[in-house]
Design a protein around this ligand. Sequence first.
Ligand SMILES: NC(=O)C1=CN([C@@H]2O[C@H](COP(=O)(O)OP(=O)(O)OC[C@H]3O[C@@H](n4cnc5c(N)ncnc54)[C@H](O)[C@@H]3O)[C@@H](O)[C@H]2O)C=CC1
Ligand SMILES: O=C(O)C(=O)COP(=O)(O)O
Length: 549
Amino acid sequence: MSRPTILVPEKLSQEGLALLSPHFDITVTSLTPEELIAQIPSYHALIIRSETKVTADVLRAAKNLKVVARAGVGVDNIDVPAATSRGVIVVNSPSGNIAAAAEHTIALLLATARNIGQADGGLKLGKWERSKLVGIEVGRKTLGIIGLGKVGVRVARMAKGLGMKVVAVDPFASPDMAKQEGVALAADLDAMLPVVDFLTIHTPLLATTMDLIGEKELRRMKPSARVLNVARGGVYNEEALLHALDEYWIGGAGLDVFTSEPPKQDSAAARLTSHPKVVATPHLGASTVEAQENVSLDVCNQVLAILQGGLPTSAVNAPIILPEEYGKLQPAVQLVEKMGKLYTQHFVGLRGGMLGGRKFELTYHGDLAGMPNTKPLFAALVKGLVADISDSHINIVNATLVAKEKGLVINETFNNDTKDLLYANLVTLGAYDSGHSGEQIIEGFTSDQRGYISKLDRFSAIFSPEGTLIVLHNYDQPGKIGGVGTVLGSHGVNIRFMQVASLDATMETQNGKGNEALMILGVDGQMSAEVIEDLRKSEGVLNVSLVVL
Ligand SMILES: NC(=O)C1=CN([C@@H]2O[C@H](COP(=O)(O)OP(=O)(O)OC[C@H]3O[C@@H](n4cnc5c(N)ncnc54)[C@H](O)[C@@H]3O)[C@@H](O)[C@H]2O)C=CC1
Ligand SMILES: O=C(O)C(=O)COP(=O)(O)O
């Protein structure tokens, strides 16, 4: 089988890629937007930074894509709703580069205060200008921060270290946190803008933050004020900023990000980068060795998990699984997915049954009954149930929608009664037809981070739901094991393990024909239809199903 493939059209630190290369084929190459659309269909994962635009067209062309990984914070270059509707998980690195972005903001703050850009540029041209380039001190000055999030708070701490007063506007910030950080929360922008000597924005680029600072706001600031942008081009209106600099409404600007990157010729962004009162950098906020290692490791670990059937830690378009919850849920998530696959392959494949319209009851017992968030388990069940009969990419993002489309009714119940419970956590999957009859049961538990099946239909056994399994329903008579071994041996099939599952003592035997049993065989390699047919024809065998988990 060919290995899953990963496309990396931007510069990514090797640290993360080294985690992926033993398992997947990785192509690192820069691409035009047209080339990206042409090449994306064969890839399973796309890892990008801020330069690649993942548009709806790219996602439409991406037939095999499971994940878009953004090695950084901002996902404004990804059409997240389009990814969501196609079941593509978008992950990012929410904090890998925030220290770098905050430090870069302070670098620009000091550079604008002391005219570092102009001074350096002049010297390189052979000029020795001192009286023209007198700066200001930042100590005892006021810094205004819009957006007191992860980057904003770090900027505040460093600014306080420089002896600055810090005020902030953030409608979502906690007053307690602001107080603890020594940051005064201003009532609104109108109140904050006239008092600040420096202004920095650290919000995402959203419809609500686009052009947040325009002509009206810039006119309210001190003529000596400097503005900084290490967030996104567009939070300051670039035309208004040009006017403000030319007409002395403000004193200077330190800019790392622009509405077009690189700035289009003659655009406002281009005029800003060449403006004498601007110190500009080409989107370098996250460009430190340390930040790039962090974000690369962060997203590559998530790509590894997703391509191996696991869950991401920072999905942008999925219910968030907190890291502490992740460790606890992951084995159960894998188990429930395997239970879904086992259900479809064993019961539906075996009996020519219908999956759509079945009613499923997922019951959590023991520790699992106390989990505050079982959405990943629900999604894992849908994924497992339909994985083998649908080409939809099921994940935590679209599972509810897909279940609805396929007519699967899934109820979750929580059984807190631990009396008589053999395992610390147990999950039962029951399936019924609309009349609540024809019950089919699969039960499983996790132990030591691994999942096991403890019950399949009316039979009790303990086996790992992994690899290729042959499930053989037979009369419990002497010689059965030898007979099965002979058939498999004649086809050269190697048996990894074998379990005989006995009928639940309380159950009636099928057709009243004496004791029955299930034989579960773990086998190596691909099974041909003849192997299964020969087993089916063997004496005393009632049915055989082939399950690949
Ligand atoms: N230049 C670069 O290389 C880098 C840029 N960034 C950018 O920095 C920005 C901030 O990143 P984080 O701090 O990680 O985000 P965050 O999500 O932790 O913080 C954003 C804050 O903005 C606040 N906010 C949202 N709308 C607001 C509004 N209208 N007025 C005031 N506050 C508002 C939110 O409440 C939140 O506290 C993002 O745009 C990100 O893309 C991040 C890293 C590197
Ligand atoms: O993480 C972010 O939001 C950034 O802006 C960093 O962008 P980059 O990965 O350096 O292209």
